[in-house]
Ligand binder design. Sequence first.
Ligand code: HEM
Ligand code: NAG
Ligand code: NAG
Ligand code: NAG
Length: 307
Amino acid sequence: MVALAVLALATGGSAQLQYGFYKNKCNASDVEAVVRGIVKARFAREAPIVAYLLRLQFHECAVNGCDGGLLIDGPGTEKTAPPNLSVKGYDLIAAVKAELERRCPGVVSCSDIEILATRDAVALAGGPAYTVRTGRRDRRQSRASDVKLPGSEYTAAQAIAYYAKLGMTAYDTVVLLGAHTVGATHCSSIKNSRLYGYGGKMGATDPAMDPTLASTYKKYVCPNVTSSNGNTVYLDDQWSALKVDKQLLQKLAARPWSSPRRPEPLSRRLHAWVRRPARKQQRPLPVAVCKGAGEAQRGKCAHWHAG
Ligand code: HEM
Ligand SMILES: *[C@@H]1O[C@H](CO)[C@@H](O)[C@H](O)[C@H]1NC(C)=O
Ligand SMILES: *[C@@H]1O[C@H](CO)[C@@H](O)[C@H](O)[C@H]1NC(C)=O
Ligand SMILES: CC(=O)N[C@H]1CO[C@H](CO)[C@@H](O)[C@@H]1O
């Protein structure tokens, strides 16, 4: 499910991409095996890397396509836009790039490294081992002003509208949001928007939240005091927070108030997803890639120039 969407995210809009693009292009090195080895070593000591990479790939690919623009350091780049603050995993991409530059300078793009590394982390975390096409080039452009990412206060309808602009359906939205099967946030991102000030109304709780869950959060995890702001909120649940599995979407679909007859805009798609066989849950998403003349391969993912 989520991984399938990620696969699609990785390969969509990709007539020019191909499987095994780097085969025989890096001297004696197998590029995909080098990536996998580094991701595996990182995963062994830092399992949340899977959540970092999934989110990094989303923030990368949703802004002008999967073009490496998110990785650039410096004033006014994508990375400096407010939603960047909690994106992690840049160091892993840099480590992979450094190793590949040692083996074959100027060959492998940073955007392909992001796609390959995420794919490998998803498989290590229990998700399906999907194949991805490669051959992306990195764009010489990265502007904070291009970054328009959805925030934690988004309603389901806003999320659907956001993805519609990227050419995706409500069903795609459900599958993509299933990426939250891994990872965590903090109380500060749900207190105002969901628990104590829903829709800008003082004291209001998001009516789409499971009432039992909401009251548990209010009582124990995120009480209405400033000191709870940094407390951890698992996006799936604590026991499944590092596993790429179907639990999150299955649990959502199983809730009585997410019945297909209820008006929540995503519930019918949620139910459609649950009923669909795994192999049919996949669809290439129309996410642009950057390929072709004029696009530079850089020596370090965070800098325009080699060095
Ligand atoms: C409407 C769309 C989305 C919204 C509103 C949204 C919102 C959020 C928020 C608020 C966080 C917590 C960030 C933090 O506190 O550090 C988060 C984390 C995360 N998001 Fe999303 N997200 C969206 C779409 C996606 C998509 C499409 C993916 C991947 C395909 C994704 C993957 C993740 C992951 C893996 C985390 C956990 C990161 C970690 O544990 O470090 N999200 N998201
Ligand atoms: C590896 O291949 C690159 C071109 O892809 C070449 O420039 C470099 O010299 C090669 N290095 C070795 C050690 O063969
Ligand atoms: C939360 O705390 C703030 C500040 O102490 C207070 O103004 C507000 O009424 C409280 N909201 C709820 C729902 O308890
Ligand atoms: C790492 C990084 O670039 N962080 C920046 C994210 O965005 C905020 C707000 O725009 C900046 O203050 C940070 O420096």
